[in-house]
Ligand binder design. Structure first.
Ligand SMILES: *[C@@H]1O[C@H](CO)[C@@H](O)[C@H](O)[C@H]1NC(C)=O
Ligand SMILES: *[C@@H]1O[C@H](CO)[C@@H](O)[C@H](O)[C@H]1NC(C)=O
Ligand SMILES: *[C@@H]1O[C@H](CO)[C@@H](O)[C@H](O)[C@H]1NC(C)=O
Ligand SMILES: *[C@@H]1O[C@H](CO)[C@@H](O)[C@H](O)[C@H]1NC(C)=O
Ligand SMILES: *[C@@H]1O[C@H](CO)[C@@H](O)[C@H](O)[C@H]1NC(C)=O
Ligand SMILES: *[C@@H]1O[C@H](CO)[C@@H](O)[C@H](O)[C@H]1NC(C)=O
Ligand SMILES: *[C@@H]1O[C@H](CO)[C@@H](O)[C@H](O)[C@H]1NC(C)=O
Ligand SMILES: *[C@@H]1O[C@H](CO)[C@@H](O)[C@H](O)[C@H]1NC(C)=O
Ligand SMILES: *[C@@H]1O[C@H](CO)[C@@H](O)[C@H](O)[C@H]1NC(C)=O
Length: 485
């Protein structure tokens, strides 16, 4: 009886209520997934991007040219405004704000208490919110060292506030499902906060990769490669028993600066040279059937077709260091529907009826020196971020694409040393000094992708709708929008 009682008690104490899973993430084509929150008393409702690439919650607190949805700070009786100025700058924009704290609650996560959290009230911004953005801020989910710093020290993240309130560490998972359908580019998914006692109803095997440094979710990426079209499930089982050593040059380059898992970024970003290598392989495969101009492959333009596309392109493989042994890795296998990103479906009518166009953009981008695993690599998977223990667990899931995970595969020696994944961690003083800039670094990633997708693609779609439709009626083959230089 005692045992039963204890088990019962644990179940009651756990975040079991959170577990009634409901769709609580939505996003527009090319934009990251956003969740509804209530901020302040009385509640004001907003949409925040779930962003594992930053730490500090930040929300618009002023009316922008194109949106009048913002946090009315005067209206919240529970707001504490410290008056300390805080700012973030990035390549294509910046924001300035004030450090504040208030109560935050998630309408979709019933079991989670309302907690007081620090956040930035954005009072001025340039090119941060995009014209079309349906969201008003960011929900940062990374670790404290890359959060904002105020005069009084570090700014507590929302998740740290939840940990403190519940007096135990919590984790969270993302289950991103991709577009609703071939004709609706709105993507949807699930976000949930769990603790060590929450039951995971997904019984599929969890493949864990260690978080190498608890700043961003920094992981060891062993390879990103195009899978051979010949390989199929039967001979993969055979390879599993062999020792498969990584391409050392590639894995050293991938992790030379850092590799992060970032739900606030859309695409998979690769160091320039590796990007070329992967894209050239894809391009050659594609040439066998159809022709798309280079502007598509260098990521600048969207390609549009008069009907939704079913891709016969090869899958992408992302090899990640395993948390079980340092000579092991596992492979995320990403189908083409993940990386051939739908960026727009447009109906327009002509004299004889309605014409639809389906536009796609390459989900890979050259990222200077860093590697970023954006959300398209997580669609179709359930991804658990175990913050306190420092690992990320991947499982195949029932929603979204049929992305899968294989492995583990063995290398003949430690991948930590052969891929040079162990580097001295900067001492505390340096990381505090660097923190303001770290925050900025993340915004570069998150925002530049959003702007990238929205500005040249969607905007030009509207501007040049007529011309493109004429092109389609001329030829039913692959068409590419050309940006007038
Ligand atoms: C401000 O608060 C009052 C109640 O105190 C509420 O009726 C009103 O709708 C709020 N305004 C905004 C913009 O939230
Ligand atoms: C933000 O960007 C704008 C436009 O580029 C610039 O005028 C402004 O000085 C910047 N503000 C900060 C705080 O960096
Ligand atoms: C796309 O799906 C979303 C979510 O189900 C829905 O709210 C929206 O109205 C749909 N859009 C169109 C154009 O059908
Ligand atoms: C996090 O990891 C630790 C150690 O591996 C484990 O005991 C704990 O149950 C994990 N938490 C969740 C929510 O999976
Ligand atoms: C895998 O192999 C089987 C037979 O060996 C073949 O029928 C199938 O088409 C192959 N699958 C792929 C994706 O090549
Ligand atoms: C792979 O490595 C693990 C741990 O080092 C070992 O237990 C396992 O037997 C190895 N498997 C193969 C097929 O070599
Ligand atoms: C476009 O038209 C088709 C068929 O007429 C319809 O099923 C689809 O929902 C429309 N899409 C949008 C984005 O309006
Ligand atoms: C109008 O749309 C129809 C398809 O619904 C297409 O067959 C026709 O060529 C289009 N006409 C023009 C002038 O673009
Ligand atoms: C487990 O993975 C398979 C695909 O590998 C998927 O069909 C199934 O729905 C998953 N189970 C759950 C509970 O997500």
């Amino acid at each position: 009886m005692a045992v039963i009682f204890i088990i019962f008690k644990i179940l009651v104490l756990s975040l079991s209520n959170c577990f009634a899973e409901e769709i609580n993430l939505y996003g527009d084509a090319g934009e990251a997934y956003a969740i509804d929150i209530y901020l302040g008393h009385p509640h004001q409702k907003f949409k925040l991007l779930v962003d594992t690439g930053s730490t500090t919650l930040a929300i618009a607190a002023y009316a922008r040219e194109d949106s009048n949805i913002y946090f009315h700070s005067d209206n919240s009786s529970s707001l504490y405004n410290s008056g300390h100025k805080i700012q973030a700058a990035y390549t294509q924009g910046n924001w300035t704000g004030l450090l504040a704290s208030d109560f935050i609650q998630f309408p979709s996560l019933n079991g989670l208490p309302e907690v007081r959290t620090d956040f930035a009230l954005i009072t001025e911004s340039h090119d941060f919110f995009t014209k079309a953005s349906a969201w008003q801020g960011l929900l940062g989910l990374a670790y404290m060292p890359v959060g904002a710093w105020g005069e009084a020290g570090s700014v507590e993240s929302w998740l740290d506030a939840v940990d403190r309130n519940l007096n135990r560490p919590v984790s969270f998972y993302l289950k991103l499902c991709g577009p609703v359908s071939a004709t609706n580019t709105t993507h949807y998914g699930y976000f949930n906060v769990v603790d060590d006692h929450t039951r995971n109803y997904n019984r599929n095997k969890t493949f864990r990769t260690p978080v190498l440094r608890k700043r961003w979710y920094e992981v060891g990426v062993i390879a990103i490669r195009v899978m051979s079209t010949k390989s199929n499930e039967t001979n993969e089982v055979q390879v599993q028993d062999e020792v498969r050593d990584p391409d050392e040059e590639m894995c050293v380059k991938l992790n030379a600066v850092k590799s992060i898992v970032d739900s606030g970024t859309t695409q998979i970003k690769l160091p320039d040279k590796l990007f070329r290598q992967v894209v050239d392989e894809l391009k050659n495969e594609f040439r066998k059937s159809e022709v798309i101009l280079d502007e598509f492959w260098n990521g600048r333009e969207a390609a549009c077709w008069p009907e939704p596309q079913v891709w016969s392109l090869p899958w992408l493989a992302i090899d990640l260091l395993s948390a079980d042994a340092d000579n092991q890795y596992f492979t995320l296998e990403i189908p083409p529907q993940n990386y051939m990103l739908v960026v727009g479906v447009h109906n327009s009518s002509n004299t004889t009826g309605t014409v639809s166009t389906y536009c796609y953009k390459l989900g890979l981008e050259a990222g200077g020196t860093e590697t970023v695993i954006g959300y398209i690599a997580m669609e179709g998977l359930q991804v658990l971020f175990n913050r306190s223990a420092g690992w990320i667990g991947f499982q195949s899931s029932e929603c979204g694409s049929n992305a899968r995970i294989t492995g583990p595969y063995n290398a003949s020696e430690s991948l930590l040393s052969s891929c040079q994944l162990i580097r001295p961690v900067a001492d505390v003083a340096t990381s505090i000094k660097a923190a303001q800039w770290s925050l900025c670094g993340v915004f570069i990633i998150a925002t530049s992708v959003i702007i990238y997708l929205l500005a040249p693609t969607v905007k030009s779609l509207c501007d040049r709708k007529v011309r493109r439709l004429q092109q389609i009626s001329l030829s039913q083959t692959a068409l590419v929008e050309q940006e007038s230089e």
